[in-house]
Each structure stands twice: as structure tokens, then as C-alpha cells.
Ligand binder design. Structure first.
Ligand code: G1P
Length: 294
């Protein structure tokens, strides 16, 4: 019988250099997309996919993430005394939503290293990894889509997306074979993968996006690999190592992904999410229409 996935790991110790100066004294995970910090979108996706425990890998200067998911006693008292009940329940929901544990990554030595820091808290169970600057809008939460594959095959599953050739070097890229399972040509069995290849070395246009379901053997594999791209311990290299022993699947998920760790990607996500909001969408659309006429 395959184990159930209860835990999701959120690497959040990176320096966020792509978003300077905003991230000089503020974690990129706390940048607000409309009115919610980026990391909360990922946490809500995990919770709505059936995951109860969140493990956040933090580093120096990241305490606002812990405060965000903690109870804010003073704020709750103030809202209560002012009878702002709707705001109060919204604020309470954030801390009630999850069971959260933190582990520190003292040095930013790479994504693989960050995931390895969660080894003790994860234990010998399968788990999810969510990179919170990949924001995914979809009908079925992206993690849930991956979990459906995991629950069928009982082995690791990665989120995949087709990426234009001139952008491929920013990603982990897979060499994969389509699984003809009667579904809609979205499932692949991975043959090989490479982190941030030069365009001419990319084995395909299928990039790994920041959602993973991993079996616990990944920890040994990460321990076995040497620093790779950028001198960092890469999760992709750990996965490639694990591939020698066990199959890994990839799913071209249904949904739209925004790279919210990038300034333009963040702006696109902000505009599209604001347009979808029942409380803001109409007024914002009118504003944009007027702006376009100028
Ligand atoms: C990380 C992973 C990479 C993956 C990407 C998705 O890279 O190392 O394999 O394709 O996330 O967003 P990063 O964006 O942290 O450089």
C-alpha cells in the first residue's frame, strides 16, 4: 500500500535577488499578490489538496513568514473591540488553516539542500514540495492533480510545463516519454533531466515547475549528489540520481502558471488576479479600459 501525503515542504530561505530592492529587508514569499502574501497562495493550494502539515524552510530575515501564520493576539483584540468581525475571521483563518513547523537553512546552498533540511520533520513518508513563487491558477489545485497521479502509481511526480526555447535555461528540463494511459496526453515517464541547460543542450521544451510529490528516498539521493548548476545542491540532480532506482512521472498540469518571483511575471499575476476578484474586478477593469484609451 502506498503512503498518504500529509506534509508539504515550502523552501523559503532564498535571498530573492530577482526582486531587489523590495526583498532587501522583506522575504519574497511575503510580497502581496493583490492582498495576500505569495506563500499563502501555495499554502491554500496545499490545504485544498488535502495536506494538513506545512513545513517551511526559512532563513535569516524571514521571521515575518512565521508571524504571518501565527496568532496575532493584539490584532485580533483590536478587530474584536471594533466589531470588525469579517476581518477578524479572515485573520483567524490564516493561523487556523494549518499546522506549521519551521526548520532553518542557515546558508542558501540550493533548492536540494533546502529540501534536505526538512528530512527530520518529514520522516519516512512521501511529501509534497511547493515553490511559492510559482503561482498556479487552475480548476483543480495543481498539487491535487499531482497527488492523483501519485495515488495511482505510488512514485514521485513532478509538475511540467512547455516553455519557449529562449526561456528554457531558467528551468530544470526533462527528457520524457508520453504515457498512453487513455488520458489527454499529459502524463510522462521521465527518462532523464538536467538543471538549467544551455538551450542547445535542453532535452525537450518540458520544464519542471515548482510542485513536486516526492518519495522519502529523495533525501538519500540529495545527500549523494555534488553541487551542480550555480555551485548549488540542486533538487533536479537529486531527482536524476533517484531515477536510477525508481520511476518518476511528470504531469503537464492543467492551469496557468505565473512566475511571481520575476517582476514582469508578478505584475501579470497581480493584474489577472485582481480582475478575477469579486470585490475589485469590475472597478479595476474599468480603470484599465480607461487607461488603454489614453
Ligand atoms: C527551481 C528549480 C528548477 C525549476 C524551477 C521552477 O529553479 O531548481 O528545476 O524548473 O525552480 O520554478 P529556480 O527558479 O529556483 O532557479
Amino acid at each position: 500500500m502506498i503512503g498518504r501525503v500529509h506534509k508539504a515542504v515550502f523552501p523559503a530561505a532564498g535571498l530573492g535577488t530577482r526582486f531587489l530592492p523590495a526583498t532587501k529587508a522583506q522575504p519574497k514569499e511575503m510580497l502581496p499578490l493583490v492582498d495576500k502574501p505569495l506563500i499563502q497562495y501555495g499554502v491554500e493550494e496545499a490545504v485544498s489538496s488535502g495536506i494538513q502539515t506545512i513545513i517551511i524552510v526559512t532563513g535569516r530575515g524571514k521571521s515575518s513568514i512565521e508571524d504571518h501564520f501565527d496568532v496575532s493576539f493584539e490584532l485580533e483584540q483590536l478587530l474584536e473591540s471594533k466589531k470588525k468581525t469579517e476581518m477578524l475571521s479572515m485573520v483567524r483563518l490564516i493561523s487556523d488553516m494549518i499546522d506549521v513547523a519551521y526548520v532553518r537553512q542557515k546558508e542558501a546552498l540550493g533548492l536540494g539542500h533546502a529540501v534536505l533540511r526538512s528530512k527530520e520533520l518529514v520522516g519516512a513518508e512521501p511529501f509534497a514540495v511547493v515553490l511559492s513563487d510559482d503561482i498556479i491558477a487552475s480548476q483543480t489545485p495543481c498539487l491535487r492533480q499531482l497527488l492523483d497521479v501519485y495515488e495511482f502509481y505510488g512514485t514521485s511526480v513532478l509538475a511540467l510545463m512547455e516553455v519557449p526555447g529562449d526561456q528554457i535555461s531558467a528551468y530544470g528540463v526533462v527528457d520524457a516519454e508520453l504515457v498512453l494511459n487513455g488520458s489527454d496526453n499529459r502524463l510522462f515517464r521521465i527518462r532523464n533531466m538536467v538543471e538549467k541547460p544551455r538551450p542547445r543542450d535542453a532535452p525537450s521544451n518540458l520544464a519542471i515547475i515548482g510542485r513536486y510529490i516526492l518519495t522519502p528516498q529523495i533525501f538519500e539521493s540529495i545527500e549523494a549528489v555534488e553541487p551542480g548548476s550555480g555551485g548549488e545542491i540542486q533538487l533536479t540532480d537529486g531527482l536524476k540520481h533517484m531515477l536510477r532506482e525508481r520511476p518518476i512521472y511528470g504531469l503537464k498540469f492543467e492551469g496557468k502558471r505565473y512566475d511571481a518571483g520575476d517582476k514582469l511575471g508578478f505584475l501579470k499575476a497581480t493584474v489577472e488576479f485582481a480582475l478575477e476578484r469579486p470585490d475589485l474586478g469590475r472597478a479595476f477593469r474599468e480603470y484599465l479600459n480607461d487607461l488603454c484609451k489614453q
